[in-house]
Design a protein around this ligand. Structure first.
Ligand code: SF4
Length: 206
């Protein structure tokens, strides 16, 4: 939900996470995040890729070697999150000023020095839609798409966070500055107006 930043939802699968549905929940209220403050911590684990995204990213990287000169050789790797396996962006070491204790000091290798996503900065430079080359799980964050193919609201509580797998890992989205509920925030469909509109467009595609 930040215009120039990252949206790095990374746990589970990029195109569908197993949650118990969202009906009956209280709505999350969110703040726009400030990448200078959050350092793009939503990208700390990189991003799992949906079908077709690995090939798309390879094409973009090959066509723009100067823009992506900072990438490691293996910038897309095999990932495994609690038994969910798939291809994902690699991570590099990064020391955050502040982070939840269960988050790692790593960052997606596509993040630029200031935390912006290189796939988005290239799109902006090229004058195409800013999310054209960005993994779906990233620009959707903290929204999700459920197994029923419907848009899922962001969790408001730890209990609702689909990546809360116990005391050692009590959630992901609700620990990030742009995914954390705040009574002073904007209700999620206002805060995520652009993401919601893009997601509904994507879901309406045949
Ligand atoms: S691809 Fe971009 S938005 Fe997604 S996790 Fe990596 S840096 Fe963040």
């Amino acid at each position: 939900m930040k215009d120039e930043g990252n949206h790095g939802r990374v746990k589970g699968k990029a195109n569908g996470r197993a949650t118990g549905g969202t009906s009956g929940r209280k709505h999350a209220k969110l703040h726009y995040c400030d990448i200078a403050q959050c350092e793009g911590i939503c990208c700390s684990d990189g991003a799992f890729l949906a079908a077709g995204e690995e090939a798309m990213i390879h094409r973009v990287v090959r066509a723009n070697p100067a823009h992506f000169a900072y990438l490691p050789k293996d910038y897309i790797v095999d990932g495994d999150w609690e038994g969910n396996t798939g291809r994902k962006t690699a991570v590099v070491s990064y020391k955050y000023r502040e982070r939840p204790a269960h988050f790692a000091d790593t960052r997606c290798c596509f993040a630029e020095a200031d935390g912006k996503c290189g796939l988005q900065t290239l799109a902006v430079k090229e004058g195409v839609h800013k999310w054209k080359w960005k993994p779906k799980g990233c620009w959707l964050f903290p929204l999700g798409i459920g197994e029923d193919g419907k848009l899922e609201a962001p969790p408001r509580t730890r209990r609702e966070d689909p990546n809360n797998i116990g005391k050692h890992y009590p959630g992901f989205s609700v620990f990030t500055p742009c995914g954390k509920h705040s009574d002073k925030g904007k209700v999620w469909w206002i805060a995520l107006k652009e993401e919601r509109a893009e997601a509904l467009k994507y879901l309406a595609e045949p």
